[in-house]
Design a protein around this ligand. Structure first.
Ligand code: ASC
Length: 151
């Protein structure tokens, strides 16, 4: 029990002391994490898009549930772009992410803000509000991909 308490305290201390860049054991873990978060976000954003674009019938509850997931996921990938995670295998991330960190952060902050607005729009149950917010959010996805993701 004593040893457990000691280890628990040590782990807690480490967690608080560790810089953001040390949240992952290996750079590949950070890359996998950010790709997974972006993939989950894209899946749920796609479901919203299908309704916004009339490919599937609009269901306010489904739209709202999916936009909540999108808004939560939008906060996650950025921790996986820390120092030392550039240039891994199987990544389309451009070097500019690390040479223009302030600009990249502006883009990620914008996505977090846009997806929060998207979730708020979905909550109204109004399809036109959802369409407007979806288009705006998709534009934010695209602008960042154009600037920071290899083809
Ligand atoms: C999606 C998805 C993206 C964005 C982007 C918007 O559904 O997976 O990456 O929309 O295509 O332009």
């Amino acid at each position: 029990m004593k040893a457990f308490t000691f280890i628990a305290a040590a782990v807690t201390l480490l967690a608080f002391a560790a810089p953001a860049s040390a949240q992952f054991a290996k750079p590949e873990d950070a890359i996998k994490y950010r790709q997974s978060a972006l993939s989950v976000m894209g899946t749920h954003f796609g479901r919203v898009g299908a309704m916004a674009n009339g490919r599937v019938p609009f269901d306010a509850k489904v739209a709202s549930d999916n936009t909540e997931i999108v808004a939560t996921m939008a906060k996650l990938p950025w921790a996986g772009f820390g120092p030392g995670t550039e240039g891994g295998a199987n990544t389309k991330a451009k070097p500019e992410i690390w040479t223009e960190q302030a600009k990249f952060k502006e883009n990620s902050d914008k996505l977090v803000a846009e997806t929060a607005k998207l979730a708020a729009a979905a909550k109204t149950g109004n399809l036109d509000a959802l369409k407007t917010a979806f288009a705006s959010t998709a534009g934010t996805c695209k602008a960042c991909h154009d600037a920071y993701r290899d083809k």
